[in-house]
Design a protein around this ligand. Sequence first.
Ligand code: NAD
Ligand code: MG
Length: 399
Amino acid sequence: MSRPKQICLLGATGSIGQQTLDIIRLHPDKFEVFALTANTSVQVMLRDCLEFKPSFAVMRDAKAATQLHGLLAEHGAGNIQVLNGEQAICDVASAAEVDTVMAGIVGAGGLLSSLAAAKAGKTILLANKEALVMSGQLFMQAVADNNATLLPVDSEHNAVFQCWQQAMTSQRRNEISKIYITASGGPFLDWPAEKLVNITPEQAVSHPNWSMGQKISVDSATMVNKGLELIEAHYLFNLPSKNVEVLLHPQSLVHALVEYIDGSVITHMGPHDMRVAISHTLAWPQRIVSGAPRLNLLSEQATLQFRPIDEGQFPCLKLAKAARDEGACAQIILNAANEVAVAAFLQGQINFAGIAGVISETLSKQPRVTITGVDDVLAVNKQARIIAQESIKEPALYV
Ligand code: NAD
Ligand code: MG
C-alpha cells in the first residue's frame, strides 16, 4: 500500500478548507495533514489542529498565531509548530514533505502561496481562482517550468477536466471546438435592474444552490464570478477566449459542457456540492467517496434548462469580459477593485450597484503597464486598491 499523501491545506478555516477536511476525515489511510493555514480564525484552527495533528499551523495574523500557540500548549498539543505571516504560508506550501497543496485562500492573499507551490513543483488543487486571474500567464509558466501538476477545484473547471482528460496538458486541443461553463444565475436571476440596486449583503450571500464563503457568494450574485471563471478557463485550458462561453443553467446540475469538432458534446453532471470536485482532485487519478449526496434525476428540479445571459442585468460580468479581452494588467485591476468593492458592500459602505461602479471607475482611472513578473502584479494590485478605496469615498456616487 502506498503511503498517505501529505497535504498542505491553505485557507483551512474557510468553506473550501472545511470541506477538504471533511473528505480527509473520511480517508485517514489516504491523506495526512502536514500543515493547516488560516488568516485569523483561532478557534476553528485550534479544533482542527487537535483533530488532524498537523506538523505546522500557520496564521497569517501574528496576534492570532500567539493565541493559537498558547491554546495548543494548554491542550497538550505544543508539539505542533505555530508560525505566522505570508512568508511562512509560502514556506509550508513549498515544504519538501508536501505532496499536494489545496490552494483554498480567498482573493489576492492567496497569490504568493499558490505560486510558491507551483515553483516547488507540487500538485496544486486550485480553488483560489483570483491567483490565476491576477497572474495567469506567469502562473501557468511556473507550473510548466517546475513540473508542477495543476488540478482545477472550481466546479465548472473541474467538470471540464472530467469531460476532457487531456485538458490540463493541453494535448489534442485541436479536437475541441468549444467549452461552456454554466452559471446558476445567483439569487437575483430575472430580477429587474432597478430592484438590483439596493440588495442587502444578507440577500447577496444567500445563494440558492451553493453554500460558499462571503466573497464568492457576492461575486456570484453580481456575476463577476463567471467573468473571473472565464479568465480562469482561458489560462487553465490554454484556449482562445472565443472558445470559452457561459451558459445560464438555473438548476446547477450540469457544470460544464465540452463540444468536440465531430459534434459530440460531453457534459459533467453532479450534485451542487463542492466535495465532488475537491475529492476528485485530492484522489486524482483515482476516485474516492466524497460524502456528497447522490443526484436524483427523477426529482422535479432535475429538468435541464439552458439560456443565454442578459449582460445588461449583470454589468460586472461585462466589465470582467472587457478586462479579459484587454489583458493581464486590466485583469489585475478588475480583481483588486472587485475585492475592495465587495468588502465595502459587505460593510454597508456602498450599495450593490456600487460594486460595478467601483470596478468601472478603477478600470477607467488606472494607467496600464506591461506585466512581466510578480512584482508588476503586486504593484498594479496595490495601486488598484488605492484607486478603488478613493472611489468609495465619493458617497454621492454609490450610496
Ligand atoms: P472563505 O472566505 O470561506 O475562506 C477563506 C480562507 O482563506 C479562510 O481560511 C481564511 O482564513 C483564509 N484567508 C483569507 N484571507 C487570507 C489572507 N490574506 N492570507 C491567508 N489566508 C487568508 O472562502 P471560500 O469560499 O472557501 O473560497 C476560497 C477560494 O475558493 C476562493 O478563491 C473562491 O473563489 C474559491 N471557490 C470557492 C468555492 C466555494 O464553494 N466556497 C467554489 C469555487 C471556488
Ligand atoms: Mg465556480
